[in-house]
Design a protein. Structure first.
Length: 402
């Protein structure tokens, strides 16, 4: 903000210097040519000699008056004039050199308007862009440090209003996710401690019964049955731990409304058109019939991006295509990629969380992309499935049509 204020001051000073210099140059130019009125007087006098006397001065810039007089003396006239003999009389030419003042005034008015306009623009930029930007410039840094409590005041700003709203929404989402993760971590820690405590009892019993068997005390069949019972208890506790570790921790919020299919595919095309060109991958969205879709367009774009990124990562890099077909109350959008690198027996697991196929050994990923797609689409009353088509892989998103 301080630097921008300095820019305003510097520009103002430069314009003042420019205006001053222009005035000095114009004044000096005017003074260096003070006798330019004589040219007009000579021309006017020549025309009078050729055509007769006329006091019309409409064609002259510096002559202010032409009059016929009896003699060339005795005038009480404070305005500058020139006397020329004409037959037995005289012609008086009044003139002025002050027309340059009008030029100076016009020039100064012009510069003043320019300065005012530029000043207003700079102030507008300061108030509408620089000032709001300074308010949010520290927000990403604070978010990266985990400072999620302080929010941003919502403002009706045409440049940053939506950005501020989105940034604050991101902060709220991160804050909710952090709170949920802390609660989940606390619950899991409590569960592990509780199970760890509970598992000690059957484990101690197993050790006791094992020792009794080794020493030949009691019936072997009875001791074996008790050992088996306690082993079942331990197995139950282990299953509880496994079940808890598999519980879904992703909070995917879907705001269902309605959107047109063409808007969805246009956003996908805008994002991937240049990227595919750089990757040298043939990318095509085949012709389709537009329809009204039920769901969240932002989340649907996210789901399609996950599918296409997988197609880029696991395909052979030759071609990717999108085909949309209307079928009764649904729209089937199929994303196909050339290069089938996934064994058929593994396809039934591609939508499981944290699962990665045998073709992903040398590729980075979390195993959540297609799982998230299924979560999104099912919350939109849709579905998703995968199929093999020769050397191609096809993933089809089922969207509900209104």
């Amino acid at each position: 903000m301080i630097n921008f204020n300095r820019i305003i001051i510097i520009i103002t000073v430069l314009f003042i210097l420019l205006i001053t210099s222009a005035n000095i140059i114009l004044i000096n130019f005017t003074h260096s040519d003070e006798k330019h009125h004589l040219v007009e007087i000579n021309r006017a006098f020549t025309e009078i000699i050729e055509n007769g006397f006329s006091d019309n001065i409409s064609g002259y810039q510096y002559i202010t008056g032409i009059s016929l007089i009896e003699n060339d003396f005795g005038f009480n006239d404070n305005n500058p004039y020139v006397i020329r003999a004409y037959n037995d009389r005289y012609i008086k030419f009044n003139y002025t050199n002050d027309t340059s003042n009008n030029n100076i005034i016009i020039l100064n008015v012009f510069f003043a308007i320019v300065v005012i306009v530029i000043f207003v623009i700079l102030v507008y930029i300061k108030q509408q862009i620089i000032k709001p930007f300074n308010k949010i410039s520290e927000m990403p840094y604070e978010l990266s440090k985990g400072h999620l409590v302080k929010g941003l005041k919502e403002e009706k700003n045409r440049f940053f209003g939506k950005f501020i709203w989105g940034l604050d929404l991101l902060r709220e989402t991160l804050e909710k996710r952090k709170t949920k993760e802390l609660m989940l971590l606390k619950e899991k820690k409590t569960l592990v401690l509780s199970i760890s405590h509970d598992i000690k009892t059957p484990l101690s019993a197993i050790k006791l019964y094992t020792k009794a068997m080794s020493e030949g005390l009691g019936s072997s069949d009875e001791l074996a049955e008790k050992i088996d019972q306690n082993a079942d208890k331990i197995e139950t506790f282990i299953n509880d731990i496994i079940k808890t570790s598999k519980e879904d921790i992703l909070d995917i919020e879907v705001r269902n409304s309605e959107f047109y299919l063409i808007d969805l595919l246009s956003r996908v095309d805008d994002y991937y058109c240049d990227k595919m060109e750089l990757l040298k991958i043939e990318f095509e969205i085949k012709s389709f019939e537009d329809c009204l879709i039920y769901g969240d367009i932002d989340r649907t774009v996210e789901a399609f991006e996950n599918i296409i990124e997988n197609a880029i990562k696991y395909g052979d890099g030759k071609s990717i295509s999108i085909n949309a077909v209307r079928e009764e109350a649904c729209c089937l959008v199929t994303i196909s990629n050339s290069g089938n690198t996934l064994p058929a027996e593994e396809m039934i697991r591609v939508f499981d969380s944290f699962w990665r196929g045998s073709n992903a050994k040398d590729k980075k990923g979390s195993g959540l992309g297609l799982y998230i797609c299924r979560r999104i689409l099912t919350q939109m009353s849709g579905d998703i499935f995968i199929e093999e088509d020769g050397d191609n892989i096809k993933i089809t998103a089922v969207l509900k049509v209104l």
